[in-house]
Design a protein around this ligand. Structure first.
Ligand code: ZN
Ligand code: ZN
Length: 340
């Protein structure tokens, strides 16, 4: 079984690992596609993921494939089933798990972070993490159920009401999922702020009602034109840069909610105008992973309500993972997938 093994910061290498049968309660998944996530890049640079990383480990937590073998005691799945994988597993016993905040679990384990993941030909996955998906869905699209499920948790946290105006800051794959979810949540106007022309065009084709290049245009004016007010009700920050965070605050109208969704660099800070928070009565929320949102993500993909195929711009074979990592940060890419 070929896998790209992460050996430590900056180092991944192709290895032929001995084939491992699925253990009790697990299934062996033949990986069809695995998305490259910002978190993979952070880990590759020596930062933490959603959980602590101890190399050697196979990264890749956004994947889909076909069930190749069932471990002992697995019911509800069959060989040949197409599945999308929810990588996150919770202990069920800690103080957070016991109060319905499993995403904050003290003993979170995640496939592709602290146990072997999807940048491999096959992966052993605990059966409860496998979500069956209609075989008519291309598996490279199914692989994006995981980031979509994280966006769904963010949208739930943002609290959009029908008729609200929304600004999505950052039009990468996450921002382009958020544009669609904001429309589905009932937003009357969705303004996408994104410097890259291709991403703006995709955003408009997926439901954004206006798009602006914040480096060349007056974002406030575009928002005023699109929303009919100074600022928006809901700001979804999905860019992960200091300028973007500043922009997110600048377009928040009185009474607005801001979702700071992007994964920041460790130690990143933002100077906050506290008088602004007080006078505008701002609500600021974070969002971490995907508690109980994975099934909804699968249904949104299967129904066609959310379109993810236009986001997949580049595909790489397994042994070119480092190139895939570089391409994910290149301005021309939206989502890069590895096809083992
Ligand atoms: Zn991810
Ligand atoms: Zn827990």
């Amino acid at each position: 079984m070929k896998a790209m093994v992460f050996d430590g910061p900056g180092s991944v290498s192709l290895r032929d690992l001995p084939p491992e049968g699925p253990g009790p309660g697990e299934v062996l998944v033949r990986v069809a596609a695995c998305g490259v996530c910002g978190t993979d890049l952070h880990i590759h640079h020596g930062e933490e993921g959603s959980a602590a990383v101890r190399p050697p480990v196979v990264l890749g937590h956004e994947f889909a494939g076909v069930v190749a073998r069932l471990g002992e005691g697995v019911a509800g799945l069959r060989e040949g089933d197409a599945v999308a994988i929810d990588p996150n597993r919770y202990c069920g016993e800690c103080a957070f798990c016991r109060v319905g905040k499993k995403q904050l679990c003290e003993r979170l384990t995640a496939v592709g972070v602290n146990r072997d993941g999807g940048f491999a030909e096959t992966c052993r996955v605990p059966a409860p993490l496998c979500h069956r998906i209609d075989p008519s869905v291309p598996l490279e699209v199914a692989a994006l159920a995981e980031p979509l499920s994280c966006c769904l948790h963010g949208i739930d946290r943002a609290g959009i009401r029908p008729g609200d105006s929304v600004c999505v800051v950052g039009g990468g794959s996450i921002g382009l999922m958020m544009v669609q979810l904001a429309r589905l949540a009932g937003a009357s106007a969705v303004v996408l702020s994104e410097p890259r022309a291709r991403q703006r065009a995709v955003g408009l084709s997926l439901g954004a009602t206006a798009a602006a290049d914040p480096l060349r245009e007056d974002l406030a004016a575009v928002v005023r034109e699109a929303a009919g007010t100074d600022g928006v009700d809901i700001v979804l920050e999905c860019a992960g840069r200091p300028e973007a965070t500043a922009q997110a605050f600048s377009v928040a109208k009185r009474g607005a909610s801001l979702l700071l969704f992007s994964v920041p660099k460790p130690g990143a800070t933002h100077p906050l105008d506290l008088m602004d928070v007080f006078r505008k009565e701002l609500r600021i929320a974070g969002s971490f992973i995907n508690p109980d949102t994975f099934s909804r993500a699968v249904r949104l993909i299967e129904s066609g309500a959310v379109r993810l195929a236009p986001l997949v711009t580049h595909r790489f074979p397994l042994d070119r993972l480092e190139e895939a990592f570089r391409m994910q940060t290149a301005p021309e890419s939206i989502k890069v997938v590895v096809v083992p």
